[in-house]
Design a protein around this ligand. Structure first.
Ligand code: DQA
Length: 146
């Protein structure tokens, strides 16, 4: 059984992208944090990052079809604030999704205050930095064993 860690656009640049906002950890660091937390619960992770909206949708479809994915840690980045397709994909797949953001979008520009993912998310972790991913994995793991 495994958890899908799904990261959206520009998160491949973590470490060098606006470090004053997003910190200096790389995407590989984030994925390792998730893998370690999942391992603690006897789960595996599959990590996907894409800069394309449809790639996020495809990854959700594939996770649902696989049958062994207990939940998704989703940082859809900017598509969070724009993507009806992503909302529909979460609904359609019925996968438990925890929405994660490194920063707190509510403390930023007004266009980041809207999330198309939140209405279909089990939980939202925002503003906790990389630790937020660890909390999300922990939540999905506990939920899947309950
Ligand atoms: C983000 C917040 C989004 O508003 C932004 O577009 C991102 C990253 C975060 O993790 O804080 O790319 O999802």
């Amino acid at each position: 059984r495994r958890i899908l860690v799904l990261n959206g656009p520009n998160l491949n640049l973590l470490g060098t992208r606006e470090p004053e906002l997003y910190g200096t950890a790389t995407l590989a660091d984030v994925e390792e944090v998730c893998a370690a937390e999942a391992r603690r619960h006897g789960l595996e992770v599959t990590c996907v990052q894409t800069n394309h909206e449809g790639g996020l949708v495809d990854a959700l479809h594939e996770a649902a079809a696989a049958g062994d994915v207990v939940g998704v840690v989703l940082n859809a980045a900017a598509y969070t604030h724009t993507s009806v397709a992503l909302l529909d994909a979460v609904r359609a797949t019925r996968l438990p999704v925890v929405e994660v953001h490194l920063t707190n979008p509510h403390a930023r520009e007004p266009f980041r205050h809207v999330s198309y993912v939140s209405p279909v998310a089990v939980a939202v972790v925002a503003g906790a930095g990389v630790a937020g991913y660890r909390y999300a994995v922990d939540l999905l793991a506990e939920r899947s064993s309950a």
